[in-house]
Design a protein around this ligand. Structure first.
Ligand code: THU
Length: 135
């Protein structure tokens, strides 16, 4: 991983994942979002004894970004283990879409590094967004 910005994103997601609260699924996820200005915000999944009340790692990272006063996502990195790529769930694709351009990169990774990168519009084609509600 030569890109220092990507390395920062990776480290932020890796650290956040270590703090994930996933006692029910055992599936820990870390996510990090980068703004165009280079700020990075991370999140982890937070599960609940009432199983549907879960917050995905991406949602936590986006909430931290918005709370810091930022509103544009340049890139996202999602980090989790397993054979299958840990891509954002459907709801999180839509959450990312609110703040990111169609060509924003979404990197999937495990603890060893980046596995595959996608454009947002590959993961969520023909999406609905703020422009749809513009007058
Ligand atoms: N999870 C995430 O945090 N992000 C994703 O993109 C996929 C799934 C979490 C939710 C739940 O705590 C666990 O992974 C298993 O679904």
């Amino acid at each position: 991983m030569a890109d220092p910005q990507l390395q920062t994103l990776f480290e932020a997601a890796r650290l956040a994942r270590e703090r994930a609260y996933a006692p029910y699924s055992g599936f820990k996820v870390g996510a990090a979002v980068a703004t165009r200005g280079g700020a990075v915000f991370a999140g982890c999944n937070v599960e609940n004894a009432a199983f549907p009340v879960v917050t995905c790692a991406e949602a936590g990272a986006i909430a931290a970004m918005v709370a810091a006063g930022e509103a544009r996502i340049a890139a996202v990195l999602v980090l989790g283990e397993g054979e299958a790529l840990v891509t954002p769930c459907g709801a999180c694709r839509q959450r990312i879409r609110e703040f990111a351009a169609p060509d924003a990169l979404i990197h999937t990774a495990d603890v060893n590094g980046i596995r595959r990168s996608f454009r947002l519009d590959e993961l969520l084609p023909f999406s609905f967004g703020p422009e749809n509600l513009a007058p």
